[in-house]
Design a protein around this ligand. Structure first.
Ligand SMILES: Nc1nc2c(ncn2[C@@H]2O[C@H](COP(=O)(O)OP(=O)(O)O)[C@@H](O)[C@H]2O)c(=O)[nH]1
Ligand SMILES: [Mg+2]
Length: 319
């Protein structure tokens, strides 16, 4: 199937085509940008939710519960589980599939694991592009689960409309990170495992920390970040969490949403330029060869890395 047909098949909501298009985009295989480009007009209807937090916080269990609530409200859901640390066949992802068992057999739920480490442009960019495919396919809600609380995980969360940060009563470290101001992108904070001691204290601490953070919409109104307690295993509080997510979705009225999406599109366009340049340079075998051949001159002090780099940038591809 050529790229144009594949894009059409995604638009016509054919699942095998979607799976194939995702693989093409993940691997940055020939034609991946053209698929995304062809589907651009169909992107923009889905509501994207990012779920970040330390490993074991209960993100997958929570996502499973949320997917159930979305389904009960008649909405279709795509889940992207991003795990840059584990290889594709790793235990964590296998575990995710088990954790999401209750919704895995529902045709209104699509679950995909991603462990793309080597993607040019980075994981956040590839995740965003996979979400664009899912959006064009027509899923109502797209949930992206990322493991960790570092900068790259928050970068993934920042490509969504609403970012959740999941903590647990034992998350003293994460609360410290919060205090340091690293995690400013979350719109909803979740203290999961509230069946364990210490939950209300963490909730109170987080509540205090976030009370000073506000997002101002294009019309001057504010989104007040909030903190909610859940027990993902029993489902306790997950309905209210779903309500909060939907409330923020409603807060993102078309003009406010346009503001969010505009910023995302500018960042994405810049990233596409950077990535194209990178791919262009490094797909040139003559550049790779010359680097290998001439690095000795740098080693021996005959040439600086800067001079070599400049010369490599001027190296034309072999005919
Ligand atoms: N006690 C308790 N355990 C939970 C809760 N939520 C998840 N778990 C358990 O915590 C473990 C890790 O959950 P998982 O969803 O895989 O966490 P993830 O790594 O953040 O995706 C599993 O054994 C879950 O059953 C909860 O609310 N309370
Ligand atoms: Mg998980």
């Amino acid at each position: 199937m050529n790229v144009a047909d594949l894009a059409d098949a995604v638009r016509q909501r054919r699942l095998p085509a979607l799976a194939r298009a995702i693989t093409v985009v993940e691997n940055q295989a020939p034609g991946f940008e053209e698929i995304l480009s062809r589907l651009h007009g169909d992107v923009g209807r889905a509501y994207r939710i990012g779920v970040t937090g330390p490993p074991g916080a209960g993100k997958s269990t929570l996502v499973d519960a949320l997917a159930g609530h979305f389904r009960a409200r008649g909405l279709t859901v795509a889940v992207v589980a991003v795990d840059p640390t584990s290889p594709m066949s790793g235990g964590a992802l296998l575990g995710d599939r088990v954790r999401m068992e209750s919704v895995a057999s529902d045709p209104g739920v699509f679950i995909r694991s991603m462990a793309t480490r080597g993607a040019v442009g980075g994981l956040a960019m590839t995740t965003l592009e996979v979400c664009d495919l899912l959006d064009a396919f027509g899923f109502d809600r797209i949930v992206v689960e990322t493991v960790g609380v570092g900068q790259s995980e928050m970068a993934v969360a920042a490509t969504t409309d609403t970012a959740l940060l999941v903590l647990v009563p034992e998350s003293g470290d994460a609360v410290q990170v919060l205090k340091a101001g690293v995690m400013e992108v979350a719109h909803i904070y979740v203290v999961n495992k509230n069946d364990r001691p210490g939950a209300s204290q963490v909730t109170a601490e987080v509540g205090e920390l976030i009370s000073i953070r506000r997002e101002i919409g294009s019309d001057g109104s504010e989104w007040m970040p909030r903190v909610l307690e859940t027990c993902a295993t029993s489902g306790d509080g997950t309905g209210a969490l779903c309500d909060a997510i939907e409330e923020r979705g409603e807060w993102l009225t078309p003009p406010r949403r346009a503001q969010v999406v505009r910023a995302r599109l500018i960042a994405h366009t810049r990233a596409v330029i950077d990535r194209s340049r990178q791919l262009e340079v490094w797909s040139n075998g003559a550049v790779r060869d010359a680097l290998d051949r001439r690095i000795n001159e740098v080693l021996q002090g005959e040439l600086s890395t800067y001079d070599l780099a400049r010369q490599l940038l001027d190296t034309r591809p072999l005919p």
